[in-house]
Design a protein around this ligand. Structure first.
Ligand SMILES: [Zn+2]
Length: 56
């Protein structure tokens, strides 16, 4: 009954992972119409709660 009594981790909202994000580089050199300037980071274990989903 008191198992889920902890507040969720504020960093990952209790999801235990940080979802990867994709960003488009704003460096427009103007040489080619290259739209491959998207940089994505993979999902990673939340460094705050270390995958627990809540803070100790
Ligand atoms: Zn977390």
């Amino acid at each position: 009954m008191s198992e889920e009594n902890r507040p969720p981790c504020p960093t990952c909202q209790g999801k235990k992972i940080i979802e990867g994000v994709c960003e488009v580089s704003s460096e427009w050199s103007g040489t080619q119409e290259d739209t491959d300037d998207m940089q994505c980071t993979p999902d990673q274990v939340c460094p705050t709660c270390k995958g627990k989903g809540y803070e100790e």
